[in-house]
Design a protein around this ligand. Sequence first.
Ligand code: C2E
Ligand code: CA
Ligand code: CA
Ligand code: CA
Length: 278
Amino acid sequence: YAAKDAGRGKHCFYEQAMHTEASDRQVLENDLRQAIDKGELWVAYQPIVRTAGEEISGFEALVRWDHPVRGRISPDKFIPLAEECGLIPRIGTWVLETALEEAARWPDQVRIAVNLSPIQFNDPGIVEIVSNALTRTGVRANRLELEITEGVFLAEGESTDDTFGKLKDLGVRLALDDFGTGYSSLGYLKKAPFDKIKIDQSFVRGAASKTSRNSAIIRAIVTLADSLQMETCAEGVETHDDLHLIRDLGCSHIQGYIFGKPMEGESARALASKTTVV
Ligand code: C2E
Ligand code: CA
Ligand code: CA
Ligand code: CA
């Protein structure tokens, strides 16, 4: 009897745990649904620096959620949730408009990079959303850089190819984000008119350590990008050693804690009006 009871108890425990997990998600989803209206979402800006001269090229907009009870929740957690429960178009459009409003106050040469989820990119209305946001805020199209991942091609819809062309016609810039983490990146480079490749942090961080094969990979990516006339940005540069290596390898742009963590709009505004970060 004892064994049987224990087994049954265990079974119940698991079921309950699963149930708790599901309703927990439900609660978070409902909270997220209201987060925009309640003003719990905000946008942080991280500087992207030109390697030559170390001047500010622009900022990447990174969304933040300050939950009233749970505190700060990482976008790595709530963006996937927003994608699954259909909230990403609304959140994404809000980030785009907020970031462009902010960028409108910066000096005219400073760019703004905004992440676009594959779901947003494959929405047939995306070109109009971007175009309207540019018109409304008065930001020149070529100051806006849309960061997209290979996920765009996996979820490819009928309008994908068309969207690339129409966004280029608008004059916005396109960056391939998290390069090197997916599967057939080279095919995508041929397919779409990217202006920049963002080399994923997993290659960049610690690349300067002697045994690292990462520097060979970064060098190859830079050579490839150069010959395709694309810019490169190394993400996640934290140390001086990595900074020097990245500079030697010829990446045109650098982003990382060494130059600045994601910051509030006000701080970004102050930094944007200076020409160099150091
Ligand atoms: P991502 O687009 O690759 O953004 C870069 C991430 O690396 C950011 O994390 C940034 O804070 C972090 N990072 C930058 N430099 C360093 C560094 O030197 N060291 C370390 N340790 N980290 C660094 P964050 O802000 O937590 O964002 C995580 C991911 O969430 C982003 O990765 C992006 O995929 C997604 N995300 C953030 N905001 C948005 C958004 O508005 N829309 C969409 N669709 N996704 C977003
Ligand atoms: Ca990004
Ligand atoms: Ca990235
Ligand atoms: Ca990432």
